[in-house]
Ligand binder design. Structure first.
Ligand SMILES: Nc1ncnc2c1ncn2[C@@H]1O[C@H](COP(=O)(O)OP(=O)(O)OP(=O)(O)O)[C@@H](O)[C@H]1O
Ligand SMILES: Nc1ccn([C@@H]2O[C@H](COP(=O)(O)O)[C@@H](O)[C@H]2O)c(=O)n1
Length: 214
């Protein structure tokens, strides 16, 4: 079974994806980490974030295992990730890795922005996880503050809005809910409630309720 989880920044996609992967014993890929790794490597090497050819070459040679996931979670790396992710050449360089992961025997859980639309349109279960920009900014602010980053809630909200606009507005694989995805708006839900709702969505997809026609 392939489970595709998409949604905007800090909506809780990863939380839902990790819980579903554990529940169903499936491998999980946080595809945002791939773009974050390219952004991180580009910043470290002083590359121009518009230099599509150099960034695509970087993405093509990417070894995710070589990165410390904690170093990839900072605000500036998220911003760089969103900029390099808008380049079709970078997306093309990361496509096969993601499709191969989705095609693993037994299935997989992937989360990102274009999983249900581009990476695994054949996924049996597609969930679009979302929440209001304010709720997402509050979550990200808490997370970054706990990591020791000096940020204000206002600047995090501005970053979230800018990232939403860039991710949804780009021409290549924009963030959009797949037509056959189920929306999970968790603005008013705790993380545990969000996961519980996701489990209900999977259950309904795997064993749809009897139609009552027979
Ligand atoms: N429903 C929820 N209510 C409150 N906090 C939540 C909820 N879901 C997740 N969180 C918390 O919000 C933060 C962001 O969650 P998570 O990393 O799952 O989001 P994400 O969409 O994968 O983020 P991104 O892809 O932008 O890195 C985490 O600190 C997580 O514990
Ligand atoms: N499938 C994906 C996943 C991520 N991106 C871009 O990467 C940025 C960082 O992702 P996070 O999930 O870690 O926040 C994000 O803003 C997207 O621009 C993507 O394009 N496609």
């Amino acid at each position: 079974m392939i489970i595709a989880i998409d949604g905007p920044a800090a909506s809780g996609k990863g939380t839902v994806a990790r819980a579903l992967a554990a529940r169903f014993g499936l491998p999980h890929l946080d595809t945002g980490l791939l773009y974050r790794a390219v952004g991180f490597a580009a910043l470290t090497r002083g590359l121009d974030l518009e230099d599509a050819a150099a960034l695509a070459a970087l993405a093509a040679g990417l070894d995710l295992a070589a990165f410390d996931p904690e170093a990839l979670k900072s605000g500036p790396v998220g911003e760089a990730a969103s900029r390099v992710a808008a380049l079709p050449q970078v997306r093309a360089a990361l496509l096969k890795l993601q499709r191969d992961f989705a095609a693993r025997p037994g299935g997989a859980v992937l989360d990102g922005r274009d999983i249900g639309t581009v990476i695994a349109p054949q996924a049996e279960v597609k969930i679009f996880v979302t929440a209001s920009p304010e709720a997402r900014a509050a979550r990200r602010y808490r997370e970054l503050s706990q990591r020791g980053e000096a940020v204000s809630e206002t600047s995090v909200l501005e970053d979230i809005r800018r990232r939403d606009a860039r991710d949804s507005g780009r021409a290549s694989a924009p963030l959009v809910k797949a037509l056959d995805a189920v929306e999970l708006d968790n603005t008013a839900l705790s993380a545990a409630e969000s996961v519980a709702r996701a489990l209900e969505i999977v259950a309904a997809r795997i064993a749809p309720p009897a139609s009552g026609m027979e």
